[in-house]
Write a protein that binds this ligand. Structure first.
Ligand SMILES: [Cu+2]
Length: 119
């Protein structure tokens, strides 16, 4: 029995939980830190794993104020790419704040910024 427990523990400890697929942000449009003057119509987030469609939260802030009028998230690429259509943006410093749950049940979150200085 003792031996069995030891083997079981070893198996559990040996499980490479770090490689279980969390949904990490692979790339985004706009990119983090980007500056541009041409209007954009959408935010696109590409993740390393498929997402739970009902547990996608993306908020866009201009300065510290949430921007209203964002569309519901649209999933593509087998659930790994999220597109959110934007209303007309005025020039400013924007922050995209996101949190998602991958299909293995793990939540990840992050934020990134961009500057829009166009019309
Ligand atoms: Cu995970």
């Amino acid at each position: 029995m003792k031996r069995f427990v030891f083997v079981l523990m070893a198996a559990l400890i040996g499980t490479p939980s770090a490689v279980l697929p969390h949904a990490h942000l692979m790339r985004s449009t706009p990119q983090d830190g980007s500056r541009f003057s041409a209007p954009i119509e959408a935010i696109v987030l590409s993740f390393t794993e498929a997402l739970e469609p009902l547990l996608i939260n993306v908020t866009l802030f201009r300065d510290d104020k949430a921007v209203s009028g964002l569309s519901q998230p649209l999933l593509a690429d087998n659930g790994r790419t999220v597109t959110i259509s934007l209303p007309h943006l005025s020039a400013g410093l924007y922050t995209v704040s996101w949190n998602v749950v991958s299909i293995d049940g793990h939540r990840t979150e992050g934020k990134f910024k961009f500057v829009y200085w166009g019309p």
